[in-house]
Design a protein around this ligand. Structure first.
Ligand code: 8YV
Length: 323
């Protein structure tokens, strides 16, 4: 029987998934508090599975047997892709299974910010509801408004669908390429970024983080938005210049923001926390029992296929296998 390959598991997986991995591999569980580089070099590691860790040259240069990283996420900005390509290390990810759940969260943030749900929940619990609610506490409509999607990939399209079909919204989008099928399905209209900023009542940021999208939304862009507009970011924090956003929210440049992601994560302190017109949640886009389970299963499957001689279902850099 051939020797089992070694696999490092970065996060806690369900026991049945760990058992499943253990059928084919020696499983090394990384525990928080441990030094990642030491764990990665404690045995010849062939595969890594998990998310939430930056992996590049520094972490991987002594992991000489590494064949595959199976990330439990759709985004892969945590990985130095150029370095993985240079080393012919395969990267697999988990798209599709989280699309609808993440779109649900985008809508939750739109609605919660527009209707001031968190602010008014706090107000109510503080015992303030003694008389009728004055217009001071009114929110704004979501239905029938203009939804601007920045990045019309799978998740952007799922948000657009909710807006168009569920809330009768007009859909505008900015993307690297035109999407004729979605334009037809959702009456969506393409805009250059400045046009999108000027017309959107709700601006949903759904682009992946890359050097091209870092700080894509800064002071200049926020100044082009309507003062009645709400910004929702479910992509990656660094796509939005957070200091500029705080300023825009404080000064009333825009109405509010619903944020799932931040420049630095995890986050324990932020000027955003002092603002009533912000609804902030701790990067929960895919965090439902069903979806996280589906993501973990898919990542395990990708890892098995990569290390046992098959073709993983989702490869970020399939070209490394061609050579
Ligand atoms: C991940 C995400 O679960 O998939 C992504 O890209 O942002 C989340 O759904 C998270 O990054 C895991 O840490």
């Amino acid at each position: 029987m051939p020797m089992k390959k070694n696999v490092v598991v970065l996060n806690r997986l369900a026991p049945d998934l760990v058992e499943r991995l253990a059928e084919h591999f020696n499983v090394v569980q990384f525990e928080s508090g441990q030094d990642l580089q030491s764990v990665l070099t404690s045995v010849p590691v062939h595969g890594v599975i998990g998310a939430g860790r930056q992996l590049g040259r520094r972490e991987l240069e002594n992991v000489s047997e590494l064949e595959v990283i199976s990330t439990i996420s759709v985004g892969y900005d945590n990985y130095d892709l150029d370095y993985l390509n240079e080393r012919s290390i395969l990267l697999t990810n988990t798209p599709d299974v989280l699309t609808e759940t993440t779109a649900d969260l985008a809508f939750t943030l739109m609605l919660a910010t527009a209707r001031r749900i968190v602010e008014l929940d706090n107000w109510l619990r503080a015992g303030n509801w003694r008389a009728g609610l004055g217009s001071k506490y009114f929110g704004c409509d979501v239905h029938g408004k203009t939804l601007g999607i920045l990045g019309l990939g799978n998740i952007g399209a799922a948000i657009a669908r909710r807006g168009r079909l569920g809330f009768g919204m007009r859909v505008l989008y900015t993307a690297n390429s035109r999407k004729p099928a979605l334009e037809q399905e959702l009456d969506a209209e393409f805009r250059e970024l400045d046009g999108l900023l000027a017309e959107a009542d709700f601006l949903c940021v759904v682009v992946p983080l890359s050097e091209q999208t870092r700080k894509l939304i800064g002071q200049r862009e926020l100044e082009r938005m309507k003062s009645s507009a709400i910004l929702v970011n479910i992509a990656r924090g660094p796509v939005v210049d957070e200091a500029a956003l705080v300023e825009a929210l404080r000064s009333g440049q825009i109405r509010g923001a619903g944020l799932d992601v931040f420049e630095r994560e995890p986050l324990t302190e932020s000027p955003l926390f002092a603002l009533d017109n912000v609804v902030a949640v701790p990067h929960i886009g895919s965090a439902t029992h069903e979806t996280r389970r589906a993501m973990a299963e898919l990542a395990v499957r990708n890892l098995e296929l990569a290390l046992l001689g098959g073709t993983p279902l989702h490869m970020v850099n399939p070209q490394v296998r061609a050579g």
